[in-house]
Write a protein that binds this ligand. Structure first.
Ligand SMILES: NC(=O)c1ccc[n+]([C@@H]2O[C@H](COP(=O)([O-])OP(=O)(O)OC[C@H]3O[C@@H](n4cnc5c(N)ncnc54)[C@H](OP(=O)(O)O)[C@@H]3O)[C@@H](O)[C@H]2O)c1
Length: 365
């Protein structure tokens, strides 16, 4: 018998607006429930899992409260909060998995769970032996690193030859999980001439510049002179070859001014607008026409067939010293009673508590 703690939706949030994190409020977004799970409850095809690590992703905002059904359906009252993570199989009535296997997939904000449909949860086995820590499967070898890989190799169509070396690349949200992998691929694989990296606050600027102080110019978007500083860092308008945008809002407007004619804007995320829809407006749209820009929208889930290829490449980068695992993640202890902190830890993504991938540990392993 396992006593599971699970966060479910208590009150449906208004799409696009911030969630209510006050657990004492009758209109709180989340509710912490406990339920008893038994191996004998398992039906054919199901597995009983123990959650170990939870991935914190800005996109969960839309998995929970949909603003566009093309992307996610949203969650209803009483349903578990979706989250990717790493878990251990405790018992199985599914031929693909056995007790003791480690898996990654959509497991939810829960300490234990019965997964009814392992395909729908994208459950797949991961090894504990071939990595330094299981957390690598969420950080350096996780979805955000894969996103960075696909940004360069699929969306921007970069190839490993001289033609793609020596570029000037602008990366917003640069100190986060996708951002730090983009910086390193730009520097170490595609030998960028300059990486302009935006992030919030002096500590994060130091963190991004440490990847190569001679080629990374960090720009603090919280500084009152952000616009002037960013234009100066790039060397003026029409100087950037590739802009990877994780943030939207102001940086998207200034970054568009910095892009060269015929260059590419990769829209990976717009986190500045996830709690503030007024930031989701693109005022510089006319420049797409006047500069003949190419804009590519990214969706990691569209690339599942190539995950194996991406993971092989990321592993090679780690081995070759091109991807530094030591800087890849921020791990927060949410074991035991601290499981109650899971929503607030996730919300830290929106105030920038993390460097690299933000991961919550919910059970010891
Ligand atoms: N398209 C896809 O398939 C895909 C896949 C993964 C991620 N994404 C997107 O990529 C972006 C980064 O995701 P991630 O998982 O790597 O998260 P992350 O960057 O590790 O964490 C979010 C970071 O965003 C920054 N931030 C928060 N609010 C901000 C604001 N108002 N303005 C500017 N920066 C803000 C914070 O850093 P600071 O301290 O620097 O503010 C925070 O650390 C998100 O937009 C996400 O939705 C897209």
């Amino acid at each position: 018998m396992y006593s599971a703690k699970q966060f479910v939706i208590k009150t449906l949030p208004t799409p696009g607006l911030p969630f209510n994190f006050d657990s004492t409020d009758s209109k709180a977004t989340f509710e912490l429930k406990t339920l008893e799970l038994k191996e004998s409850d398992l039906k054919e095809g199901e597995v009983l899992i123990e959650s170990l690590l939870l991935s914190n992703d800005p996109a969960q905002k839309f998995w929970i409260s949909s603003v566009d059904k093309n992307y996610a359906a949203g969650v209803q009252v009483g349903e578990i909060i979706p989250a990717r993570g790493i878990a251990k199989i405790l018992a199985s009535k599914n031929g693909e998995f056995k007790a003791g296997d480690y898996v990654t997939g959509t497991i939810g904000w829960t300490t234990y769970a019965i997964i009814h449909d392992t395909k729908k949860a994208f459950l797949r086995k991961v090894s504990k032996e071939q990595v330094g820590d299981l957390s690598w499967h969420l950080s350096a070898l996780g979805g955000t690193s894969l996103t960075a890989y696909f940004i360069f190799y699929h969306y921007a169509q970069f190839e490993e030859n001289e033609k793609f070396n020596g570029k000037t690349i602008l990366i917003s949200g640069a100190a986060g999980a996708v951002g730090i992998v983009c910086i390193q691929i730009a520097l170490h694989v595609f030998k960028a001439k300059k990486v302009i990296a935006t992030a919030g606050g002096p500590e994060k600027i130091r963190y991004v510049e440490e990847f190569d102080p001679s080629r990374v110019v960090g720009v603090d978007y919280k500084d009152s002179n952000f616009k002037e500083n960013l234009i100066k860092a790039a060397g003026g308008p029409n100087t950037v070859d590739l802009f990877i945008d994780n943030v939207g809002g102001d940086v998207l407007e200034i970054g568009t001014e910095l892009l060269k004619p015929h260059s590419t804007l990769i829209v990976c995320g717009s986190i500045s607008g996830y709690n503030d829809p007024s930031k989701l407006i693109y005022k510089s749209f006319v420049s797409v026409l006047t500069k003949r820009l190419t804009i590519k929208g990214v969706l990691l889930g569209d690339n599942i067939a190539d995950f194996g290829k991406g993971l092989t490449k990321l592993s090679q980068m780690i081995e070759a010293g091109q991807l530094d695992i030591s800087k890849a993640e921020t791990l927060v202890d949410c074991t035991g009673e601290k499981f109650a902190d899971v929503p607030n830890v996730w919300n830290g993504l929106f105030s920038g508590t993390n460097k690299g991938k933000l991961i919550s540990k919910v059970n010891e392993y």
